[in-house]
Design a binder for this molecule. Structure first.
Ligand code: IPE
Ligand code: IPE
Ligand code: MG
Length: 252
C-alpha cells in the first residue's frame, strides 16, 4: 500500500521488502522477570541486555533496517539511585563490549535523549560510538537513553525558537521542518512499536514519531524476548491495514 504522510519512503535497500522498515521497542518487564525468580531487579536488567543483543541480530536477519529501543526514560530517575546506577553501568558495558562487533556488522549506532545530565564518561562513550559508526548504513540501532518524548519536543522547540529569534530561520514551520529539530531527525518514523510485559501504555516514548505507528502489546517479559517473538510481531504487523487517515481503495 502506498505510504502517505510525511515519512520518507521506505527504501528497503538490502532488506526484506515485506518487513517493517523501522521497529521500535519499549523493553519492559525486567523487574518482574527477576522478581518471579526471587532475584534482585538488577539481574533482570542484566538479562535484558542479552535480550537486546538477540533482538539486534534477529532484526537484521528479518530484514528490519531500523531498530529503536527504549532503555532509560527521563522518568526512570525516580527509581532508587542504586538501580539507576546499574542501568547506567549496563549501557556503558554494552557499548564498550559490543561497539567493535556492531561496527564490523555495519551498524550505525545513535543514542537519543537528553545528553545533558549524563555522567561525562557515558556521554563521551556515546559520542564515540556515534562518531565511529557514523558512516555505517546497513542497520540503524538507536538507543533511547535518558529519553522522554515531551523532553525531546521541548528541547526541539527551544532550539527552533532561538533560531527564529536569531533570524536564522524564516518561513512557515512544517511537520518536516520541525522534525529536523528532533533527536530522530535522520530516522524514518517507526512502522511498528512493540511493548513487552503486558502494559498497555506508551510511557512518553516517540510521541511525535509514532503518530501513525502500529502498536503491539505483548505479554512476554523483556528478558525472555527472542527471535520468534519478533517474527510473530512482524506477522501481526502484516495483518494490520495502515490507512494514514485515508480510505481503503475500493471501500467507497
Ligand atoms: C524495563 O524493565 C527497564 C527499564 C524501564 C529501565 P522494568 O525495570 O521497568 O521492569 P518492570 O516493569 O518493573 O517489571
Ligand atoms: C518504560 O518503562 C521505559 C523503558 C522501558 C525504558 P517503565 O517501566 O519506566 O514505564 P512505566 O513506569 O511502567 O509506565
Ligand atoms: Mg517497567
Amino acid at each position: 500500500m502506498a505510504r502517505l504522510g510525511t515519512s520518507p519512503e521506505p527504501s528497503h535497500a538490502g532488506g526484506d521488502p515485506s518487513a517493517p522498515q523501522h521497529v521500535a521497542i519499549i523493553m519492559d518487564g525486567n523487574g518482574r522477570w527477576a522478581k518471579a525468580r526471587g532475584l534482585p531487579r538488577t539481574a533482570g536488567h542484566e538479562r535484558g541486555v542479552e535480550a537486546l543483543r538477540r533482538t539486534v541480530e534477529a532484526a537484521g536477519d528479518l530484514g528490519i533496517r531500523y531498530l529503536t529501543v527504549f532503555s532509560f526514560s527521563t522518568e526512570n530517575w525516580r527509581r532508587p539511585a542504586a538501580e539507576v546506577n546499574t542501568l547506567f553501568g549496563l549501557l556503558k558495558a554494552y557499548v564498550q563490549r559490543d561497539l567493535s562487533r556492531l561496527q564490523q556488522d555495519g551498524v550505525r549506532v545513535r543514542v537519543i535523549g537528553q545528553r545533558e545530565g549524563l555522567p561525562p564518561d557515558i556521554a563521551e562513550l556515546v559520542d564515540r560510538a556515534e562518531r565511529e559508526t557514523a558512516t555505517n548504513s546497513k542497520f540503524h540501532l538507536t538507543i533511547a537513553f535518558n529519553y522522554g518524548a515531551r523532553n525531546e519536543i521541548l528541547r526541539a522547540t527551544q532550539v527552533y525558537a532561538r533560531a527564529i529569534a536569531a533570524g536564522e530561520v524564516t518561513g512557515e514551520l512544517t511537520d518536516a521542518g520541525f522534525e529536523q529539530y528532533l533527536d530522530t531527525k535522520d530516522l524514518p518514523d517507526p512502522d511498528l512499536v512493540i511493548r513487552t510485559s503486558g502494559e498497555y501504555r506508551i510511557s512518553n516514548f516517540l510521541l511525535w514519531q509514532a503518530a501513525y505507528a502500529e502498536l503491539l502489546f505483548v505479554d512476554v517479559l523483556w528478558p525472555d524476548f527472542n527471535k520468534s517473538h519478533l517474527e510473530s510481531a512482524i506477522s501481526r504487523y502484516h495483518e494490520r491495514e495502515r490507512r494514514f487517515g485515508a480510505v481503503t481503495p475500493g471501500a467507497t
